[in-house]
Design a protein around this ligand. Structure first.
Ligand code: ADP
Ligand code: MG
Length: 675
């Protein structure tokens, strides 16, 4: 028996070379592609609109009796049929048909017809021009496919019907009957028929859900299989060590959440296979010290660790705080940035490769080819949402199956995290260090600018510092830019105050110098772009002003707000916006109403969907064909639960009846990883 599914569409009756070329434009090459070319929607003529509910511009389906004579107008080029239909209540709809001679000739008063088309309402007169018309008024559902030139709905549907018939015997069911039953999913043959040629909308919906489920399920199973394989890999086993020297250098006592998360980390680091752990904690919850503890453990075990951060500014800060903490313990901490002098860098890389460096902190520069470790045991990515899959994989490849720790201030639901990062373990820092006063957040219009900056001025005179964030660097008419606004502030409200500008286009030395002056309080007000979004820590800064706040996403706003309220003084965050759109109002008031990062994340995810929320591709959202994580979170959770249960007994997928699933899942994962 030939493998019809994987054969080119030309094996099908009615599809020649020319037709195949056309279908190729729709990415349809094999018969499997053809039957998996799902409708993007349905023309649901079974949903009937009563005539008296019709509104102008609506596309409606009406079933009614012809209540007038059929008037036929024969012109030079067009033949028109005019008539009206009415319902039992006497509501009338006028209908015009053009050139539908065959149908037109068969119409007669009293006949029931089904009309589907755009409605025009002028005053009390309702009209439909050239609707689809069915004389035998049987309600129907028609699939609507995305098309390309030369391919019509009808011809495509016909090709698909042919393909389905030819492939029918070869379709393999991959979902166990128990799963289908439990999740109310149709069996595969029925699902293919129903998604293309449903009898009811419910049937179409169920079929679609099945394919969404299947896609997410295969992916999830693939990820779980990968995890089982990971367990066979040998990672550096890090033995527990006495943390006292480390703890005694900390200027504070750790929160219980920090202690617990460190325990969870160390537990994974002790195992013989690599740990992948996501640590979620709100801004300011103290994630850095977790990284420090892991680095301490690695060094005491005679191995190396790396901390990768998204910006140079943050790398420098982390370097400063971690070396203060770890150097006295005899741990060698080094900093690698893109802007180092070549000789300096060469020496550093030599020390790293020789194993003299215990912890290296750096930006993306860490994943360059030239960076080699002697024995990298723990790789940590801070603000991991800023890194893509490739970058995470690249740092991982610097060692022999090193343990991975991801630090994140934007918590995501577990089911989504699993899709994004494979099967990782999750630790939650759900406690802020004591004594923090929540940042008071106010939304203001630009009419309050003067008052606001007068306040900033007073605070500056009193020795406290402020951030002003603008959406662009320079030269924009419709929003504030850091360079221009900084100049403006210097000449107006903040004359005589030390104001500096900071943005991503500046040289790193320049950035570094400014930031270090800000840390030392030589600069009172820092006007910047979102370069300060990630992680910068200046406890003396107590005011955050975000200009054109409507330009930022919720999570980003929260990150920015997290730059203040880091000390014991009361802090304020002002979001400045004149945008009166409902969307902006909604987002900004949601922002003002809570300080809880988890709440903000949930809201952001809900408002933007996972695609935008995570920045899409860059963050490795797999390119699903039919599933859409924006919409299908519920199904994803269902899938997650089913997979959890299946994997309680990992031997299940070795069973012959699950072989197809196993192969498909592995294949699916492979192709997703290659994207
Ligand atoms: P984030 O989770 O946002 O990365 P950081 O690690 O930068 O937070 O910590 C924020 C601030 O809180 C730092 O100044 C840090 O020294 C301080 N900090 C961390 N843990 C504690 C604690 N347990 N008690 C008091 N201050 C802490
Ligand atoms: Mg941080």
């Amino acid at each position: 028996m030939i493998d019809v599914l994987n054969s080119p569409v030309t094996v099908l009756r009615g599809i020649g070379q020319k037709r195949a070329e056309l279908l190729k434009k729709l990415n349809i090459i094999t018969c499997a592609d053809l039957i998996r070319f799902f409708p993007r929607g349905y023309l649901n003529m079974s949903e009937i609109n009563p005539i008296d509910t019709l509104v102008n511009g609506q596309t409606a389906t009406v079933v009614a009796k012809i209540s007038s004579d059929i008037s036929k107008r024969v012109g030079k080029r067009v033949t028109r049929f005019l008539f009206s239909v009415s319902d039992p209540k006497g509501n009338i709809l006028f209908v015009t048909l053009y050139n539908q001679k065959y149908t037109g000739e068969h119409l007669h008063p009293g006949m029931t017809v089904l009309l589907h088309g755009p409605v025009e309402v002028i005053g009390t007169v309702r009209r439909m021009e050239s609707p689809k018309i069915k004389i035998e008024a049987i309600p129907e559902i028609e699939p609507i496919y995305p098309l390309t030139e030369g391919v019509t709905q009808v011809s495509l549907a016909r090709n698909i019907a042919t393909a389905l018939q030819a492939c029918n015997a070869q379709l393999k069911e991959m979902l166990l009957p128990e799963i289908r039953e439990q999740c109310q999913l149709p069996e595969i043959h029925e699902a293919f028929r129903s998604i293309h040629f449903p009898k009811t909308m419910e049937e179409a919906e169920r079929a679609k859900n099945r394919f969404i489920f299947e896609e997410l399920f295969l992916f999830t199973v693939g990820v779980r299989i990968l995890k089982l394989r990971v367990r066979k890999l040998n990672a550096p086993q890090l033995k527990p060590v006495d943390l006292t020297p480390f703890l005694s250098r900390l200027p504070y006592a750790m929160t219980n959440a920090q202690k617990r998360v460190i325990r969870e980390c160390f537990d994974g680091l002790r195992r013989p296979y690599p740990m992948s752990r996501l640590i979620q904690g709100d801004v300011g919850s103290g994630k850095t010290v977790i990284a420090a503890a892991a680095a301490y453990l690695a060094a005491r075990n005679g191995t190396q660790s790396a901390l990768m951060v998204p910006t140079e500014i943050l790398a420098i800060q982390h370097y400063e705080s971690l070396s203060t903490l770890l150097t006295p313990c005899g741990i060698k901490v080094e900093l690698l940035t893109g802007s180092m002098r070549p000789t300096e860098k060469r020496d550093l890389l030599l020390r790293l490769e020789a194993g003299e460096t215990d912890l290296i902190i750096g930006t993306h520069a860490l994943i360059q080819k030239s960076v080699k470790f002697k024995n990298l045991a723990v790789a940590i990515a801070d603000e991991q949402h800023r890194f893509g899959v490739q970058q995470r994989a690249a740092i991982q490849e610097k060692g022999q199956n090193p343990h991975m720790i991801f630090l994140s201030a934007t918590p995501i639901p577990r089911s989504l995290a699993l899709v994004l990062y494979g099967d990782l373990d999750i630790s939650v820092l759900d406690e802020l260090p004591p004594g923090r006063i929540p940042v008071a957040t106010r939304k203001v219009g630009s009419d309050l600018e003067e008052r606001m900056y007068r306040y900033v001025r007073e605070k500056a005179v009193a020795g406290e510092q402020a951030y002003v964030v603008c959406p662009t660097v320079e030269g924009s008419d419709d929003m504030k830019s850091a360079v221009d606004f900084c100049e403006e502030l210097r000449q107006t409200y903040l004359r005589g105050i030390s104001v500096a500008c900071l943005h991503g286009r500046m040289k790193s030395e320049e950035k570094e110098a400014i930031l270090s002056d800000f840390v030392k309080n030589k600069i009172s007000v820092l006007v910047s772009t979102t370069v300060i979004e990630v992680g910068v820590n200046v406890p003396n800064a107590t005011t955050m002003i975000i200009e054109n706040a409507e330009r930022f996403g919720l999570s980003q706003l929260h990150q920015l707000r997290g730059r203040v309220g880091r000390g014991s003084k009361e802090s304020y965050c002002f979001v400045v916006s004149d945008d009166k759109s409902e969307e902006a109002e909604h987002r900004l008031s949601a922002f003002c109403s809570t300080n809880d990062g988890f709440e903000i994340s949930r809201k952001d995810l809900e408002l933007r969907g996972p695609g935008d929320f995570l920045g899409n591709r860059q963050h490795g959202l797999p390119p699903f064909k039919i599933a859409d994580l924006t919409r299908d979170m519920k199904i994803l959770e269902q899938v997650s639960k089913v997979a959890d249960r299946l994997f309680e007994d990992p031997s299940w997928f070795i069973l012959p009846e699950n072989r197809a699933l196993f192969i498909s899942a592995s294949g699916m994962l492979r192709s997703a990883m290659l994207q």
